[in-house]
Design a protein around this ligand. Structure first.
Ligand SMILES: C[S@@+](CC[C@H](N)C(=O)[O-])C[C@H]1O[C@@H](n2cnc3c(N)ncnc32)[C@H](O)[C@@H]1O
Length: 389
């Protein structure tokens, strides 16, 4: 049994029983349960998926788990191993299912998965989809695809972020090239966890991507390498074709972050004569900037701002990063220093006030919301770059 401390260290959140039941039931679309199947639950903890599988499809299957901290009394053979480094004996699996761990492997100060930190170089070497900070669940998906038979099926509940984040570009391409994906968006199904989830059903050797929320469905028969997976229809596609993508009209910069301000030696916690506050997303409203309130806790000389980012020196458009998939934009006519947020620097002469008014239209946010829901808690550069002007 995993104790609380270990669980926190290894990021254990149990899967709601109705999700387990639903995933196991859905497998009937792809498998022939009359035939004895080799079934694996990675990072299985108490193996809820193996129990549900046996209950629904019978006792004639070969059911196995892999777990870093195996339970004392297991009803199934559980391999005591790190799934990402483990080599199975006896061949591939017809079904791999479960709820892999989520989290970024890193420093204790930032990430809960520091226990695995020393293994990170090994993971990176072993996994070809590892990119950026990556996340353990992406690594678990890749590893599982490798362990599937042709026609074999993977069923995982994972965060929705891989559908759109750049860190998962390689993973998306990897999956598109190897099989078909049916993705059910289920949203915030984990109590008290701030994560929006999808169930991924992947069948090795097929083709195409389907994304559904039970009511609407987007089908990509021929997904392009790296492409984001989003809810889109003809209206959205026509809108995107209707104008120049924002990313072609503007360079999109991400402002200096807290550590840079801290290191710079240019800021202080109390204002001296002539200082201005370092602005944050809380100062940013649709069409309006609050230049007075200091939410960042830092003040600095106005003329020092360009030492951090040259573009702080000129008036320009600022777009909020952390207002969900809502687009909030304002023109910074005073050219203040900013902590975070997107800064749009035009590639050619433009009417910034007109762009500001257009981006703040409810229609723009509604379309972003329709496409990206709450897959991630913020607007990404890629999402912003595709907004047509
Ligand atoms: C069911 S999974 C994850 C559930 C949920 N998605 C989460 O992130 O909390 C949790 C289990 O994975 C195990 N685990 C974590 N990393 C592992 C790894 N690299 N290999 C095998 N098991 C692992 C932990 O010991 C824990 O029992």
């Amino acid at each position: 049994m995993v104790n609380t401390a270990q669980a926190r260290r290894l990021a254990h959140v149990p899967t709601p029983a109705w999700i387990v039941a639903r995933m196991v039931a859905a497998l009937a679309q792809w498998i022939d349960p009359q035939r004895p199947l080799r079934v694996l639950e990675p990072a299985c903890a108490d193996a809820p998926f193996l129990h549900a599988f046996r209950h629904r499809y019978g006792t004639h299957h070969l059911l196995e788990g892999v777990e870093l901290c195996p339970a004392h009394r297991a009803e199934f053979p559980i391999h005591d191993a790190d799934y990402l480094l483990w080599e199975p004996e006896g061949g591939e699996y017809d079904v791999i299912l479960g709820n892999p761990p989520y989290g970024i492997v890193g420093d204790a100060s930032h990430y809960p998965l520091f226990a695995l930190k020393e293994r990170k170089p090994l993971y990176k070497k072993r996994l070809r989809t590892w990119h950026g900070k990556y996340n353990l669940y992406g690594a678990f998906i890749e590893r599982s695809v490798e362990l599937l038979t042709q026609g074999g099926v993977l069923a995982f509940i994972v965060p929705a972020s891989w559908l759109v984040l750049d860190d998962f570009r390689k993973l998306r391409t990897y999956l598109f090239e190897r099989g078909s994906l049916r993705i059910e968006y289920v949203g915030r199904v984990f109590p008290r966890r701030n994560v929006s989830a999808v169930i991924l059903y992947f069948q090795r050797g097929q083709k195409g991507v389907w994304l559904t929320d039970g009511r609407t469905e987007t089908h990509y028969p021929e997904p392009l390498p790296e492409q984001m997976i989003r809810f889109e229809d003809e209206t959205i596609r026509a809108w995107e074709r209707s104008g120049t993508p924002l990313g072609e009209a503007f360079a999109i910069h991400f402002a200096a972050r807290s550590p840079e301000f801290r290191r710079s030696g240019l800021t202080r916690p109390f204002p001296q004569a002539g200082d201005v506050p370092v602005l944050t997303g809380r100062n940013l409203h649709a069409g309006r900037i609050d230049y007075e309130t200091c939410h960042s806790g830092w003040w600095m000389r106005h003329e020092d701002a360009p030492l951090l980012r040259p573009y702080y020196a000129t008036p320009h458009l600022v777009v909020a990063h952390t207002k969900g998939s809502r687009l909030v934009c304002a023109y910074d006519e005073r050219a203040y220093p900013w902590r975070e947020e997107f800064h749009l620097i035009p590639h050619f002469q433009q009417d910034a006030r007109r762009v500001e008014a257009y981006l703040n239209q409810p229609m723009v946010s509604q379309r972003l919301q329709a496409m990206y829901r709450d897959f991630v808690p913020h607007l990404t550069r890629t999402m912003l770059a595709r907004v047509p002007l």
